[in-house]
Design a protein around this ligand. Structure first.
Ligand SMILES: C[S@@+](CC[C@H](N)C(=O)[O-])C[C@H]1O[C@@H](n2cnc3c(N)ncnc32)[C@H](O)[C@@H]1O
Length: 212
């Protein structure tokens, strides 16, 4: 009887291959996945060492609908435009083709390099479209932003401090909390909101007077 069980087990082991993982294969798959994650992170997440994690915004390109809504709200506007978090530069190129002098502000240096390369490739002069990493907004009378909900309040304070009185701010998908909208176009995820800085400042003054 003992013999026959041994024989059965030996035969079973021969028929059924062992399920032990191959260490070389596991290491290769692990290295590949880590590499892919690293490439994805480089492109999609801004410089994580520069800003706190609660203010980080991943790269998510504007849809065609969002871009069209922005362009509709920019009709008749002239001067300089700042796109905050310009990604691959698609809004900058669209707005510069409508005659505005555009600057894309982008924290992710790979996306800055990509946008600059695209501008070179399309022969767009730097007087029409430039891409930088630092922001001084005092010379811009048009601002576009597609960032994240956690950033809107901080961004709103910065814009109120730095922008000239005739500036118009357009945001897609995310409105500013407590800012009076001039108008909005589109709906759902493509909805785009327009604000006049002078109106927001006037409301702030009234609110401060009422409180004090
Ligand atoms: C949602 S994407 C929008 C991309 C682009 N504006 C578009 O509409 O296709 C947000 C972009 O903002 C960038 N970003 C996030 N925080 C930033 C910051 N503090 N300063 C500049 N750019 C920032 C991200 O790297 C990302 O490319």
């Amino acid at each position: 009887m003992e013999d026959s069980i041994d024989v059965i087990l030996q035969d079973y082991g021969r028929i059924r291959p062992t399920n032990r993982p191959n260490p070389v294969l596991s290491a290769c798959v692990g290295a590949l996945l880590t590499g892919l994650y690293g490439v994805w992170r480089m492109f999609s997440m801004p410089g994580t060492r520069i800003i706190p994690s609660n203010l980080m915004v991943p790269y998510l390109p504007s849809s065609k609908g969002q871009t069209l809504n922005i362009m509709q709200l920019l009709e008749g506007r002239t001067g300089c435009l700042a796109d905050l978090g310009s990604g691959d530069g698609r809004l900058v190129f669209a707005a510069s083709s409508a005659g505005l002098q555009c600057t894309g502000f982008e924290i992710n240096s790979i996306l800055v390099a990509y946008s600059r390369g695209k501008a070179c490739w399309r022969a767009v002069p730097s007087s029409q479209a430039t891409f930088v990493r630092k922001t001084d907004l005092s010379t811009y009378n048009n601002v576009t932003a597609f960032l994240s909900p956690g950033l809107m309040e901080v961004l709103g304070e910065k814009l109120l401090k730095e922008l000239p009185d005739d500036a118009c701010v357009l945001t897609t998908r995310l409105p500013f909390p407590n800012w009076p909208q001039r108008t909005s176009v589109g709906s759902g995820l493509d909805q785009t909101f327009a604000y006049d800085i002078s109106t927001v400042r006037s409301l702030r003054k009234v609110q401060k007077t009422v409180v004090s």
